[in-house]
Design a protein. Structure first.
Length: 307
């Protein structure tokens, strides 16, 4: 039995801890007291969590860099060399202002060969129920990706992929299109419009990813289309709920306060718009989502997209 340290006590961190606890000894670290989904999961100090064979990090992208620098790395230095750390990142998004992908942040401190990135359609609520799903482990080290795949429970089918940047872009971009999906439904635009939006959203995601060297097959699989279709059409998706509320003319600050959870698509929409402007990438849906978040009337964005 392997020992797995999970870092992050949000919905996704707890769901992964639950999933991994079926085959492994799981220790979870969070600064706040957690209501754990299983008695087999132990909430510990960061030092105890770091004394595990594998690490799973589920920290919001917006605070990931600071958390690594101020909390994780200083504690890790007392336990082992960074070259020995085996890390699976469950964070999705793009750092606002700097425009850094999650892999960029991690690779400032760790070798790419020590890192894996989780992607694919997976609502935390359903993982906590043990419902079947399929996920992709993206890594430059497929041996390590397979090691992490072996830790997963029987209800999660795991695939591996060397396309790290593709998994990163898909994981971030689908949250932005999910906001757009919520706006579409919130405005009552119908099934034809929704289908068109998701299809063009997938094209836009591919265009953005290919600019950075991602592979088309990644966007046509679980990490891309699979996660996109899931998060863009369900109230279980935080980003979808943000979009639906924006269509009702609610202010973004009020929406996020009532949500009580992180909606990565909000910051990612801004980051993608910043990057696309700088790099000259055509990303009309992401740009309009960012504008709506900043206060633009959704009906005006609809007119712009229909031109």
């Amino acid at each position: 039995m392997q020992k797995v340290g999970v870092f992050g006590g949000g919905a996704w961190g707890k769901a992964l801890a639950y999933a991994l606890s079926s085959k492994n000894e799981v220790r979870i670290y969070s600064r706040r007291e957690l209501d754990l989904p299983s008695n087999s999961i132990k909430q510990t100090s960061i030092r105890e969590a770091l004394q595990c064979d594998f690490y799973v990090i589920a920290i919001a992208t917006s605070v990931l860099r600071t958390w690594l620098d101020d909390t994780f790395l200083p504690a890790l230095a007392d336990i082992r060399d960074t070259k020995e750390a085996k890390i699976l990142s469950a964070s999705k998004g793009i750092e606002e202002d700097r425009g850094a992908f999650v892999s960029d942040i991690f690779q400032e401190h760790f070798s790419p060969l020590n890192l894996c990135y989780l992607a694919g359609p997976s609502f935390a609520t359903e993982v906590l129920q043990g419902l079947p799903c399929a996920l992709v482990l993206h890594s430059h080290n497929l041996h390590l990706a397979r090691n992490f795949a072996e830790l997963m429970p029987s209800f999660i089918k795991s695939y591996t992929s060397p396309d790290v940047i593709g998994g990163e872009v898909a994981g971030a971009y689908k949250n932005v299109i999910a906001i757009a999906g919520g706006i579409c439904d919130g405005l009552g635009l119908g099934n034809n419009a929704k289908s068109s939006l998701l299809a063009r959203g997938l094209v836009e995601m591919c265009r953005f990813g290919e600019h950075f060297g991602a592979k088309m097959e990644t966007f046509l699989g679980l990490s891309g289309a699979g996660d996109l279709f899931l998060t863009s059409s369900s109230t279980l998706s935080r980003n979808y709920r943000v979009g639906f509320a924006l269509a009702q003319n609610q202010k973004i600050d009020e929406i996020l306060a009532s949500l009580g959870e992180v909606a990565e698509g909000v910051r990612s929409s801004r980051a993608i718009t910043q990057i696309s402007t700088k790099e000259g990438i055509y990303t009309p849906i992401a740009s309009e989502v960012s504008s709506i978040i900043e206060g633009k009337n959704p009906q005006e964005s609809l007119k712009a997209l229909m031109k």
